[in-house]
Design a protein around this ligand. Structure first.
Ligand code: IVH
Length: 696
């Protein structure tokens, strides 16, 4: 197999990306095992992080190649950097579950039997909401908070002390005396309103949003930089301890009171119940309240009140025998699907949304749900008019689980997914390897414009100094700049504007003048920056350079891209021949130029700026000047990258595939099909050693 770990991300073609993602998944898994299971890491944290970052960056470039066992999905939102490990003084146990009323009666009966109680002996139980967050254990030494850890696998957690110190609900010093060395345990969580505000600000900053408050809390508490955690609105409820016996109390109820006096937050809904009936009444009461609570709960925890009984019952390897979690059923409901609308994301992804006959699910009125993507609608055969089963799983957006075919109207038809963007009317394309259909009108589509404009002025693109993301968003909202060309007419329009820029909030004469000058400086721009600035999907800075070097000037490049729309054209073959450009990227390039709206935007822009031709690479006159060469197999003596640069310096063109036009195929170790093809076509083959000698 070809070695892919040394190739720059932006130069990976699809095949190589696939190989590399597979390698990274295996490698990261191996290091996780070494770290977590064997306690014998081979890599430093930063080396390990680099692997993960590379994996993520490749996935970002090739979203359709994301593996099912991808390391990035395995840990979800959690930041995967290693924290110091901490052995809990006693394990953080899990809870056994009760699902039915019978299970709750059984719990009480089991306790009675275990403790040998007579049937008329009252058994008090404390019922508490089961908070849907993540548990943490806080060590207090002589009343002072000294260390805090995640649950981890129950026995060993991670040291996140500085992060936990930022949470106001966690007292640095107990208000009353605590046992000299004790762990206080509880749940870190985020309130709904805080969660929504956090997601909103992340959306504005173009950061990935969290699916639910639990993920947001988990992601926030496992940050390497506690300054970030400090900005996150985290809360904490305390509910247990490793050594409840050391507290001077005889019941859990008194223990909770003690925690309150010590300065902890204890859930205000906790209730002392006298029998199973009272527990069940409480359960139903909270099930009703659930939707209007300020945070997520996923059930009720019942705990025997008497601590001596708790201690007698003890625990199994997994969970205490004196407590049980009574789970709420998943919030599901059926309703009619009235229509399917299409939303366009800031990156042009078309997402189908189910417009539902409003229905209450777990106390919340739901009128919209996500249908994920085009393939999902097809797979589930969801049709307008269907009765559908929906679910709220604590996530922000409810989901359509399935349609109920028996209730389908006789005249229903499969849903036809639109092939144009509902926002801007541009073609919306669905590449075979991708899940989502995407709008190709990136530069004009209102749904995407603000993000594209930000990209357009960014450092590697037009690099306009003094024009930050906030300005762009504001200009866009005001309608001042909608398309890239508008940037270059800004100064002219400003002269006749009712409120010139210098009078706008956050601006003054000097800063306005500086901005105009910065824009003016970019009226002439190198071809590769221009290409990159267009924000064509998958076309990063390295690819832009490849294209600029290959085509040399704007006219040749754009003509070739337009011609590439015909997949059997010479232009298309030439394009995918470039080492580092695969089918998927070539399709995105061709799609971009096939969209008339984009061409219009380009023409407007070209009326304002001059695109400089690519500088010719300084080449030496050599026997391979003007020839086309292909590298294959693993080169032992230099990286692919270096080999390529050397070949280009010698005046050769490096291509990714062997054809009749190829002059030389340079073969490294384990060369496969390309070497074979060269033989078949009678193309000259050069062994690596000869190449080294030749190119040195
Ligand atoms: S008591 C030995 N009380 O539920 C006592 N746990 O499924 C064990 N949880 O890992 C925990 N709210 O993260 C307890 N009021 C509550 C809880 C609670 C949420 C979580 C906790 C635990 C999980 C067990």
């Amino acid at each position: 197999m070809e070695r892919t770990d040394t190739i720059f991300i932006e130069l990976l073609n699809e095949e190589q990306a696939k190989t590399e993602l597979e390698r990274l998944a295996k490698e990261i898994h191996r290091h996780d095992e070494l770290y977590y299971a064997n306690d014998a890491p081979e890599l430093s944290d930063s080396e390990y992080d680099k692997l993960r970052q590379r994996n993520l960056a490749i996935e970002e470039r090739f979203p359709h190649l994301v593996r099912e066992d991808s390391p990035s999905t395995r840990v979800g939102f959690e930041i995967s950097t290693h924290f110091e490990k901490i052995q809990h003084r006693t394990p953080l146990l899990s809870l056994d579950n009760a699902f039915t009323e019978e299970d709750v009666h059984d719990f009480i009966t089991r306790a009675r039997r275990f403790l040998g109680l007579s049937t008329d002996e009252p058994v008090e139980v404390v019922a508490e909401p089961k908070i849907d967050g993540l548990s943490a254990s806080l060590t207090y030494e002589n009343g002072r908070f000294t260390q805090g850890a995640t649950r981890g696998d129950g026995a060993v957690g991670e040291n996140i002390t500085p992060n936990l110190r930022t949470i106001k609900d966690i007292p640095a010093q107990s208000h009353i005396e605590l046992p000299p060395l004790v762990e206080i345990r509880g749940e870190v969580y985020m309130r709904h309103d805080d969660f929504m505000a956090l997601n909103k600000s992340r959306e504005i900053a173009n950061e990935a949003i969290f699916a639910n408050p639990r993920n947001a809390a988990a992601g926030s508490v496992r940050q390497l930089d506690s300054n970030i955690t400090a900005q996150r609105p985290l809360k904490f409820f305390a509910y247990s301890s490793d050594e409840i016996g050391q507290f001077n109390v005889s019941t859990h109820w008194e223990f909770l009171e003690h925690l309150k006096q010590a300065g902890f937050q204890v859930n205000p809904y906790a209730r002392l119940c006298k029998n199973a009936e009272e527990l069940l009444a409480y359960y139903h009461e909270l099930e009703e309240k659930r939707a209007s609570l300020e945070y997520d709960i996923d059930g009720i925890v019942y705990k025997l009140n008497r601590i001596d009984w708790q201690q007698r019952m003890g625990h199994s390897a997994r969970a205490p025998r004196w407590a049980v979690a009574h789970k709420f059923p998943a919030e599901k409901a059926t309703t009619r699907l009235n229509s399917i609308t299409i939303q366009v994301g800031r990156r042009g992804t078309l997402t189908p949304v189910a417009e539902l006959e409003p229905i209450t699910v777990g106390g919340v009125v739901v009128s919209r749900a996500t249908l994920h993507n085009e393939d999902e609608i097809q797979r589930k055969d969801v049709r307008v008019g269907d009765t559908v089963l929906i679910q709220r799983a604590g996530d922000v957006i409810p989901q359509v689980l399935k349609s109920i075919p028996e209730k389908r109207p006789a005249d229903s038809k499969p849903f036809e997914f639109p092939t144009t963007c509902p926002v801007c009317g541009s073609h919306a394309v669905h590449h075979k390897d991708e899940v989502a259909r995407k709008c190709t009108g990136g530069l004009i589509c209102e749904a995407q414009s603000a993000l594209r404009l930000r990209h357009f002025v960014s450092r590697d693109a037009f690099d306009i100094e003094g024009l930050g993301n906030k300005h762009i968003e504001a200009f866009f909202k005001e309608g001042l700049i909608q398309s890239p060309a508008d940037l270059f007419t800004l100064q002219e329009r400003d002269k006749t504007s009712l409120t010139p820029l210098r009078n706008k909030e956050g601006w003054g004469s000097q800063s306005a003048q500086k901005l105009f000058e910065a824009i003016g400086k970019r009226r002439s721009i190198p071809l590769y920056r221009f290409i990159y600035a267009l924000g064509i999907p998958q076309v990063g800075i390295a690819t832009s350079k490849l294209l600029a070097n290959r085509y040399g000037n704007y006219t040749d490049w754009s003509t070739a891209m337009r011609r590439s729309h015909e997949r059997d054209s010479e232009a298309y073959t030439d394009l995918i021949d470039i080492d580092g450009i695969g089918d998927s990227m070539a399709e995105d390039l061709a799609d971009f130029f096939n969209e008339p709206h984009n061409v219009q935007v380009l023409n407007d822009l070209l009326a304002q700026v001059t695109v400089e031709d690519a500088k010719k690479v300084q080449t030496i006159d050599s026997p391979i000047s003007g020839m086309t060469v292909v590298f294959t197999g693993t080169l032992q003596s230099m990286s692919r990258q270096e080999a390529k640069v050397r070949a280009e310096k010698l005046g050769a063109k490096v291509s990714g595939s062997v054809s009749k036009k190829t002059d030389y195929v340079i073969v490294g170790a384990d060369a496969g099909s390309k070497a074979k093809k060269a033989q078949e076509l009678g193309v000259k083959v050069m062994p690596e050693d000869d190449w080294v000698e030749f190119s040195s």
